[in-house]
Write a protein that binds this ligand. Structure first.
Ligand SMILES: Cc1cc2nc3c(=O)[nH]c(=O)nc-3n(C[C@H](O)[C@H](O)[C@H](O)COP(=O)(O)OP(=O)(O)OC[C@H]3O[C@@H](n4cnc5c(N)ncnc54)[C@H](O)[C@@H]3O)c2cc1C
Length: 563
């Protein structure tokens, strides 16, 4: 079954939430059956809201707001750990989710309400709850990604069968609200024009074809408190929000640096800091490294829906406008949110030839090296012998985050510029460690950085990532020293290519190559040259195939000749 994105979470150690029941234990179905037997009193209008991993907030929650407008008599807030054991996920991501759930629980408790957590397949759990609690209204912010279509249809069907009124909002995870005529197909160029028009219109209170929606009004606290005072039915098989130390060993946790704290209220507190960091970044010296200026991002908060992109957009536009910043600067600050929306929108388009779909059936079939487990292992162990990229891997593994420029450089290094490892391998690693991992955005970004798509151009394909990081991102080696402390005393002029330092200098710095730090996997210039040539040859084949057919993706099976 396709399931909610919570399938991405799973512990590496046994979970504290008991999942299986022995033959003697009551199952959820037994409990439902008992309730029905007992002929429970009519419950009035019962509302169940499902929080999922894209919408862990109370504010600007359109589906919940609309359902609350029906004046329910009882309210149950639910979160379901679905596919709990399906895939290993790093503790920093887990902790972010736990923070978000605890924050929601605390907020609800403040109204006398509860956040009920369950474990199991979402549809099964929901069907059980709908019957046990006699639910009449169900609200959810469904995921519009094509991969969720099947799952969403099941929810609709379940509601129909049980005569439940469904309140669903599919648009609040993105910024741009497209008119229905564009919903299934829109060329990328048109999307960009519509987005730019919508942003200008929103900034100046004008009309536009596609829209950035207004923020949904806040929930009524009196209504919530009133619902909190109502008696409720017991919850079948309730679960606790797990603690990290029940999911991972102390040793695993000790290696980490939890720089991000999840939760709607923490996101709110963090907004000013985020805006200041962005303004520093766009106002600073053109040549300054974005690593120091950006410090921390907002992508984990957006990913888990602690804030909607339109809320963030409004906050940034208003505060920056009040401070009279130029249009160019405002657009620079907003560039990330625009790129995000484009990637998410692309993942929903199904009917145009130049599309990418998020599970990537269509991309340029660059013949990446196979049987390269040793290289992949060295990469994921941060042992490539290229300090900047090993530092980036270390940051990802310990903090679950790297800024976009570092992601891009790393993705290029992994794929078309040096290691010639497939982008899927890289994505797999990101999926475990990046707190903000999102299949659609990740696929889009990996395709682009590896030169595997023609949809957004190939300008980044022929790169020299080491030159870029040593000149632009980390000229003084500060990033390397932060994440690889063994380089703390290394001479700066050699820090990006430490093997070039004399043995005496290496010894003086207590970091001898091939003893304290590995030799590079490849001789950089030579390998980079080979990779660039491979890519150029491949692209020539693609170009001639594209010219012949006028449809770039038709070259799916072409095979280039490689040096
Ligand atoms: C190979 C690769 C994989 C990536 N995988 C993911 C992913 O799984 N999930 C994810 O959220 N982002 C992904 N990104 C985009 C981006 O790197 C991260 O969102 C970034 O770390 C955001 O940092 P920030 O919050 O400081 O961004 P800001 O610059 O402050 O931008 C604000 C928001 O816009 C979005 N954004 C910023 N840059 C981009 C971009 N280039 N493309 C799309 N959206 C962007 C993010 O949601 C971000 O939080 C990936 C980028 C690359 C190159």
């Amino acid at each position: 079954m396709e399931s909610l994105s919570i399938t991405e979470f799973s512990p590496s150690a046994p979970s504290p939430i008991s999942s299986s029941s022995s033959p003697d234990e009551e199952t959820d179905r037994d409990i439902v059956a008992k309730d029905i037997e007992q002929d429970v009193e009519p419950q009035g209008k019962v509302l169940l809201h499902i929080f999922n991993n894209r919408h862990l907030r109370l504010k600007d929650n359109t589906a919940l707001y609309q359902a609350m407008a029906q004046n329910p008599d009882k309210f149950y807030a639910v979160y379901i750990f679905d596919g709990f054991d399906s895939k290993p996920v790093a503790p920093v991501r887990w902790q972010f989710l736990i923070d978000c759930l605890e924050d929601l629980k605390e907020q609800l408790n403040g109204f006398g309400l509860e956040l009920y957590c369950f474990r199991g397949e979402t549809i099964d759990v929901l069907a059980t709850l709908v019957q046990a609690w006699k639910v009449k209204l169900l609200s959810i912010n469904m995921d519009p990604d094509v991969n969720f279509t099947f799952f969403n249809e099941k929810i609709v069907k379940m509601c129909t069968i049980n005569a439940v009124q469904l309140y669903n909002d599919m648009d609040s995870h993105r910024l741009l609200y497209l008119p229905p005529k564009y919903k299934s197909a829109i060329p990328m160029s048109k999307f960009r024009v519509l987005l730019a028009e919508a942003i200008t219109a929103k900034q100046n209170n004008l009309e536009s074809e596609a829209k950035i929606q207004d923020i949904t009004p806040p929930l009524n606290p009196e209504q919530l408190s009133d619902l909190g005072n109502k008696p409720r039915l017991d919850s079948p098989l309730p679960s606790e929000i797990p603690k990290l130390n029940a999911l991972f060993t102390e040793e695993e946790i000790a290696k980490l640096n939890f720089i991000f704290q999840g939760g709607e209220r923490r996101t709110e507190d963090y907004l000013n800091e985020y805006r200041e960091a962005r303004l520093r970044d766009v106002s600073g010296d053109e040549d300054a490294s974005p690593i120091a200026a950006k410090a921390m991002g907002i992508s984990p908060h957006l990913r888990f829906g602690c804030i909607t992109p339109r809320h963030l957009f409004n906050f940034l536009v208003k505060t920056i406008k009040d401070a009279n910043y130029s249009r160019i600067k405002i657009n620079k600050v907003l560039a990330g949110i625009m790129a995000r929306d484009f990637a998410l929108q692309v993942s929903q388009l199904q009917t145009i030839p130049e599309r990418i779909i998020s599970l990537n059936k269509i991309c340029l079939p660059i013949p990446w090296d196979k049987n390269n487990n040793e290289i992949v292992e060295k990469l994921t162990d941060a042992q490539t012998g290229f300090p900047f990229f090993d530092a980036a891997i270390t940051q990802l593994k310990t903090e679950g985050y790297v800024i976009n420029e570092v992601s891009e450089a790393l993705a290029t290094f992994v794929t078309n510029s040096l290691l010639w490892v497939s982008w899927e391998e890289g994505q797999n690693f990101f999926s475990q460690h990046l707190i903000c991992f999102d299949l659609a955005m990740s696929t889009h970004s990996w395709l682009e950085a590896s030169g595997s798509t023609m949809v957004t151009g190939r300008q980044k394909s022929y790169q020299d990532p080491l030159l870029f990081v040593s000149k632009k991102l980390d000229p003084n080696g500060e990033y390397i020293k932060r994440y690889l402390p063994k380089f703390i005393n290394f001479p700066i002029e050699f820090i990006h290519k430490p093997g070039n330092a004399s043995l005496e200098a290496q010894q003086a710095a207590n970091c001898v190559i091939d003893i304290d730090y590995p030799k590079p996997l490849f001789e950089y210039e030579c390998r980079n040259g080979i990779c660039c040539k491979r890519l150029r040859v491949f692209m020539e084949v693609v170009d001639s195939a594209a010219k012949a057919t006028k449809l770039p993706h038709v070259i799916e099976n072409c095979s280039g000749k490689f040096p």
